[in-house]
Design a protein around this ligand. Structure first.
Ligand code: OOG
Ligand code: MG
Length: 259
């Protein structure tokens, strides 16, 4: 794919995000697009955000659980980039009209205290973690009806739009392999899961991310936040509700939803 086409399609997804206006899938008009093209478009669209003054603060894994793969009909893990503009504190209010059709999913986040690059092992990935927290990710596909192919969702920065982190638990010794996760709306249980649903172990998700980045000569940096991926299917945000997630040993994170 030509550089100019990459730039045009990056602008298309970026504009759809900025104006909360869903667009047709990019592959509808560009059936020749490859997954490599899609990641180039993703990086170009993040470049546009950085030019507007946003800062890159981390990365996310997506489609790492069976529940998510089944829900979206896409069966390969992917990654996306996170900027400071997407971050909200626990207790914040999120506004539905700032998005196309936002959904929320329960996650675990890692905060890195050292760089991670290359063909790292699970032990090396674990040693690079300085903190862990419960996280709610709000995703918002820019594609009509929240429907996409693997290539489209990668170009759309893995549907990233907002994420909310709970308090940081500063222990890399915590066993995150099978932590209970309960997501509630207005105090009513909506999704129940385990961190084991995230590629069998959230640390495997972190390792998979580092390996995918290594394929393009990149790596993770100290200070970055990494979302490991949704443990259950995502549910649509409903106006005038409170969404919370409790993760075993990690505490609770919550946000409020306005129309
Ligand atoms: C793609 C993003 C998936 C996750 O945690 O699985 C994702 C989507 O479902 O729109 O963030
Ligand atoms: Mg997610």
């Amino acid at each position: 794919m030509q550089k100019t086409t990459v730039e045009i399609l990056a602008q298309t997804v970026d504009d759809a995000a900025r104006h909360s206006k869903p667009i047709p899938m990019l592959t509808a008009h560009h059936p020749e697009m490859t997954i490599e093209d899609a990641y180039l478009i993703q990086r170009e669209s993040i470049g546009r955000r950085l030019q507007r003054g946003e800062a890159l603060v981390g990365l996310k894994m997506g489609l790492t659980s069976q529940a998510k793969m089944v829900q979206m009909g896409v069966h390969n893990p992917i990654y996306g980039h996170l900027t400071d503009e997407m971050s909200r504190n626990s207790g914040a209010t999120l506004v539905i009209s700032e998005h196309c059709h936002p959904r929320v999913e329960p996650e675990i986040a890692f905060l890195l205290e050292s760089d991670l690059k290359g063909r790292v092992t699970i032990a090396q990935a674990k040693a690079a973690i300085g903190g862990i927290c419960a996280a709610l990710e709000v995703i918002d596909s820019r594609f009509q009806d929240f429907k996409f192919t693997l290539i489209d969702v990668v170009a759309d920065n893995a549907s990233s739009t907002r994420y909310v982190l709970g308090d940081v638990v500063e222990t890399r010794d915590l066993d995150v392999s099978n932590l209970g996760m309960v997501m509630k709306v207005d105090g009513e249980v909506r999704e129940i899961g385990s961190s084991a649903a995230i590629l069998e172990h959230p640390l495997k998700s972190l390792v998979a991310l580092v390996h995918m980045l290594d394929e393009v000569g990149e790596g993770l940096k100290a200070g970055q936040v990494i979302l490991a991926g949704g443990a259950t299917k995502a549910i649509p945000l409903e106006p005038n509700t409170q969404v919370s997630l409790e993760v075993q040993n990690l505490g609770t994170v919550e946000f409020f939803v306005k129309p």
